[in-house]
Each structure stands twice: as C-alpha cells, then as structure tokens.
Design a protein around this ligand. Structure first.
Ligand SMILES: Cc1ncc(COP(=O)(O)O)c(C=O)c1O
Length: 455
C-alpha cells in the first residue's frame, strides 16, 4: 500500500473491469473506470498534463489566472490541479450542465460564469467565445482551451493508452469512446495505431451531435440538442482526427440513460450519462461481431454527479424520457404522482421545522398536507413565514395551525382550461377524486407537459 504526497499522484492507473452481466454476443467487453480519478472523471488526467506543459512552455507563471470553457469535468480537474499549484481559475459553463457538478466546482473556490447552452459557435454567449473574450480582458490570464490544446490528446497517448494496453495484456480489438473535446479519441487513436494497429476506434455519439454523419458523409449537419453530458459536438475541434475512427454509432438519450441505470443495477458501477452512450454503442458493436473480440470502453465520469438528473425519475419524466402509464387526463401532467412515492408531503401534526426542511431538501415551495391518504390542506413558504415571523420559537407550531384548508380540488377528468384560472391566482391544482389524491400540478409542470407535447 502506498502513501501519496499529493492528491495529484492518485490520478490515473484506474481499474479495468470485465462486464459479465450484459449480452455481448461473441465478444468480451471491458470498462475502464476513469470515474475513479480524484475529481471523478477522465479529465483529471488532461488537467495535470496541460498545466504542467503550459508551465514548461512559459505560458503560465505563479499567480496567473487560468481560464477554461468547460462542460464541467475539465473544470473539476483544473480546479483540483489549479488549487494545488496556486493558480486562480475562471470557468465558463453552459447552463444545461448538472447542478451537482456546478456545486462541486463552486465548492472548490472556482469563479464560475454560467452561460447559455442554446447558442452555437460564433455567438458571444457561446461558452468558448465567452472564454476567448475573458482571456483578452483579464491581464496575466491563459485560456487553456482543451479543444485546441495538443497536450490534451497527448495525455491519452502517453498515459491512458499505455495503461489500457498493459491491462489488456496487449490483446485489444476495439476501443469505444465518445468525443467531447476529442482529446480521448485522437490520443488513444494515435497510440493504438502505433502500438496495437489491429485495434479499431469506435465512436459513440449522442443523437443530435454532428460527428457520426460527418464521418459517414463528410458533410457537416446542423446539431440539434442532446442531454447526455461531456460528449457530442456541434463542431469539429481542431485537435480532432476523425480519420482514426472506423465506425460510429448514434445513441438516443433515452437508450443512454436506460443503460446507465442498468450498469449500476447489473454490475454495481455508478457511472455518468456519457457512459450510457458509450456502453450502448459497445453493446451494439459487440453483438454485430461474428468472431470473438476484446472490446474496451470507458466510464468517463462518476454517476454521483447525476443524482438530480439521470438518476432521478422525475427529471427523466420531465424530459419525456421515462414512459409512465398514461391516463389521457390531468393525471398525465402530475410530475410527482402520489402513488409512485415520489411526492413530498407533510401531515397536520408535523411541525414547521420539518416542513421547512423538507421544502429545502426537495427544492419545492409548497407541500400538500395529507391525513390518511386524503389532502386536508396545503402549506407554502408564505404560510410558514407568516407563522413564524417575529418569534422563531413558533417553528414548533404544527402544520394544522397555519395550513390553508380552503382547497380547490380538481377532478382528474377536468380539462386543462379549468386549471388555468388557479395559476392566475398563483395557486396549484390539487388533483383528487372522492377516494384518492393523485398529486399536485404546478405551473412548471404544465409548462413541461406542453413543451413535451410540442417536441
Ligand atoms: C464524461 C466524459 N467526458 C468527456 C469525454 C470525452 O472526452 P474528450 O473531451 O477527450 O473527447 C468522455 C468520453 O468518454 C466522457 O465520458
């Protein structure tokens, strides 16, 4: 057992696991757990090498500011290394990224600038254009730019690739990867071309990304959106060598999220959403083969970053990615149906501290009050505030003392039109009939429902 001198020494040398519980046709499938790096992703590796090389090339001096445009993981890796080496760090992050990742980055003391995810290269709010602008404005700053930094692919050529080949004892027929900055595919592709030329490079690309079509037709289509984080592109980075890729698979978000969940349930590996895309493509590749092959893929990051997103059924349902039983009435709009156990409630005898804590924990501003499965009231932030104002001891008050009991109960068979007047009065719709409480409909639930219907 080793004692390390710094957390940075624990980057790399990640485990390789053989997957046994998936149908891999005639092939053997292995997954390298880049999720085990200290900041939780494959990007820790490039952070160390890019900063090291920038110091050696004289681009970074003590006290300088590092700038990067990142979907999150590179930011975490840079956060780790920058803090150990005493650099300031500013990260520009598109707003579709997991809040858990952003919290982690902020907790590291990084200066985070959130920007829009719905704009393309060339727009001033596009995350890379934003970073380029900051570098011009801030003295002694260095935009590390993983998308054009040759030390990004070099990292995988000198560390990830040799590790994989050693773990596979030289026997590897295919490597399945995704492309974000393309450092992984370019670096591993170069390494295997030299050291294991039989190894095919296979691309796993989210539906909506441009890369598979680019490889197949040479023509760049227009990117549409996708939800998987870390991979998929709307342009071809300058460090990207697409000629190294033999074949690409386009994977819909729905399939990626289902397989991400299965990987945890079947093999006990909690990996991020991109791993769902990579594993889906790996399984398709393996099952298409007619002779046994040894295939390797990556768990690019840990699933702990996605507890509020792809590991959250309500989020999946909001994105239209989880098929729930449909009733053809108002019950289809309820985001957290009472019968799934997803709903958060209180009872009349709970106190206001409990209610307040539950609201904070689940990030909601009102709760239904249930007694014997029936709604007897509703309590929101203003009820708590008025209940405790000027006397904090009143937090011990019971919910029954402050809850609203004049309820507007809506039958599930009512029309959407009939709930709109409630929203005008800033109320929520309580959907119930004589016997059963089905759940609440808030304004955002209805917006989500209409958005899904419009897609
Ligand atoms: C979470 C995550 N981020 C990024 C990547 C791709 O990395 P790169 O930026 O090197 O293309 C992967 C590849 O599998 C990944 O899983």
């Amino acid at each position: 057992m080793t004692i390390y001198n710094s957390i940075l020494e624990t980057i790399g040398n990640t485990p390789m696991i053989k997957l046994n519980k998936f149908d891999t046709g005639p092939c053997e499938l292995f997954i390298k757990l880049e999720s085990q790096n200290p900041a939780g992703s494959i990007k820790d590796r490039i952070a160390v090498v890019m900063i090291d090389k920038a110091e050696k090339e004289g681009k970074l001096k003590p006290g300088d500011t590092i700038i990067e445009a990142t979907a999150g993981n590179t930011g975490l890796g840079l956060g780790l290394v920058a803090a150990q080496k005493g650099y300031k760090l500013i990260l520009v992050i598109p707003d579709k990224m997991s809040p858990d990742k952003i919290r982690h980055i902020r907790a590291m003391g990084v200066d985070v600038r959130l920007t829009r995810s719905d704009v393309q290269k060339g727009h001033p709010e596009y995350y890379q254009d934003f970073a380029a602008r900051l570098e011009k404005e801030i003295p002694n700053s260095y935009w590390i730019d993983q998308f054009s930094n040759p030390n990004n692919p070099l990292t995988h050529e000198i560390s990830t690739g040799p590790e994989i080949l050693e773990q596979m004892e030289g026997k590897i027929d295919a490597m399945v990867v995704g492309v974000g900055s393309s450092g992984t595919v370019t670096g591993l592709g170069r390494f295997f071309k030299k050291s294991a030329p039989q190894c095919e490079m296979i691309l796993a690309d989210p539906e909506g990304s441009i890369l598979v079509e680019m490889i197949e037709t040479g023509v760049m289509p227009k990117a549409t959106g996708w939800l998987v984080e870390g991979i998929g592109e709307d342009f071809v980075p300058s460090i990207c060598d697409l000629s190294l890729i033999t074949k690409g698979y386009t994977i819909p978000d729905r399939e990626a999220f289902q397989i991400q969940r299965k990987l945890l349930q079947k093999e006990g590996i909690m990996a991020g959403s991109s791993t769902g895309t990579l594993l889906a493509a790996s399984l398709r590749y393996c099952r298409e083969q007619t002779r046994p092959k040894r295939v390797v893929t990556l768990a690019g990051d840990t699933g702990n970053k996605y507890l509020s997103k792809s590991f959250n059924d309500s989020w999946l349902a909001d994105q239209g990615l989880l098929t729930r039983e449909e009733f053809g009435d108002l019950r289809d709009i309820i985001a957290r149906p009472a019968d799934t156990g997803d709903i958060v409630t209180v009872t009349p005898s709970d106190n206001l501290v409990t209610t307040y804590k539950r609201m904070r924990m689940f990030d909601v501003s009102q709760l239904p009050v249930l007694e014997d499965g029936k709604v007897v009231g509703l309590i929101d932030e203003s009820d708590i505030l008025l209940g405790i104002y000027k006397d904090e001891l009143k937090f011990e008050k019971e919910v029954s003392e402050v809850m609203v009991t004049e309820l507007e109960i809506i039958d599930p068979s009512a029309s959407i039109d009939s709930i709109l007047p409630l929203f005008k009065k800033d109320k929520v719709a309580i959907v119930a009939d004589n016997d059963t409480f089905y759940g609440l409909i808030t304004q955002i639930d209805l917006i989500n429902h209409l958005r899904k219907a419009a897609l």
